[in-house]
Design a binder for this molecule. Structure first.
Ligand code: MN3
Length: 233
């Protein structure tokens, strides 16, 4: 049995034993799984497609330099730590066992893939039926949700992310420092990821300088709500 077959087998054994675990714990929706590949996803729109809310220069530098570096450094960390053959989900689920390069670059790579997919050119998209129902149930209204999400994004001290998660039909907002994400064993809050917002300064500084609040406000114009609805599917 080669290593890949062994891992596959042990995955299924583990999965078999995990009966009774919360259904969504550590599980990616089909759509989110796209982001979990080891390659950078092709950007699904042009660098200037999110203008004027997110400027072309920021998008180009963010995608071709920052995110590309996370991918390259993650691939190196995978090799250096003998993690070939493991899935992103497996690696994140035991990230505390590996050197910081795996955590920082694996998180950086996955989080950005997910972030690009969660945005789309501004077309006045609104949350889909399922999404808006859950937003209303969990936060009272769409506006109350956005206010809470923005406040959470503002509360991140230094660099990090804001997340919208779903657990058993209940939505919640969390934040993580650096490149941590809810797939990681070091992050206690779990759930199906619906949205993630990058609040590192490199995501907004060129256009908004230190004004993170203006960036988080602008973000709502380019949220890909049909992607969120898919992630719920
Ligand atoms: Mn970033």
């Amino acid at each position: 049995m080669n290593k890949r077959e062994f891992l596959k087998t042990s995955f299924f054994v583990t999965a078999g034993v995990a009966v009774g675990a919360p259904a969504m714990a550590g599980k990616l929706s089909r759509s989110t799984a796209e982001a979990a590949g080891f390659e950078q996803i092709p950007l699904p729109y042009a660098f200037n497609a999110l203008e004027p809310y997110i400027d072309a220069a920021t998008m180009e530098i963010h995608y071709t330099r920052h995110a590309a570096a996370y991918m390259n450094n993650f691939l190196k960390a995978v090799k250096d730590n003998g993690l070939d053959g493991y899935s992103m989900e497996d690696i994140m689920a035991s990230v505390s066992k590996y050197p910081a390069a795996v955590r920082n670059n694996g998180g950086g790579h996955f989080n950005h893939n997910l972030f690009w997919l969660g945005m789309a050119p501004a077309t006045g998209q609104m949350p889909g039926l399922k999404t808006s129902g859950l937003l209303n149930d969990s936060f009272g209204s769409f506006d109350a949700f956005r206010e809470k999400f923005n406040a959470s994004a503002m509360s991140v001290f230094g660099s990090g992310w804001a997340w919208l998660l779903e657990n058993d039909g209940k939505l919640s907002i969390i934040t993580t420092p650096n490149q941590d994400n809810p797939l990681m064993d070091v992050v206690p809050q779990k759930g199906r990821i619906l949205l993630n917002l990058d609040v590192w300064e490199h995501a907004y500084y060129l256009k908004y300088q230190n004004l993170r609040a203006k960036y988080t406000e602008a973000y709502w114009n380019v949220v890909n709500w049909s992607e969120v609805e898919k992630r719920l599917g």
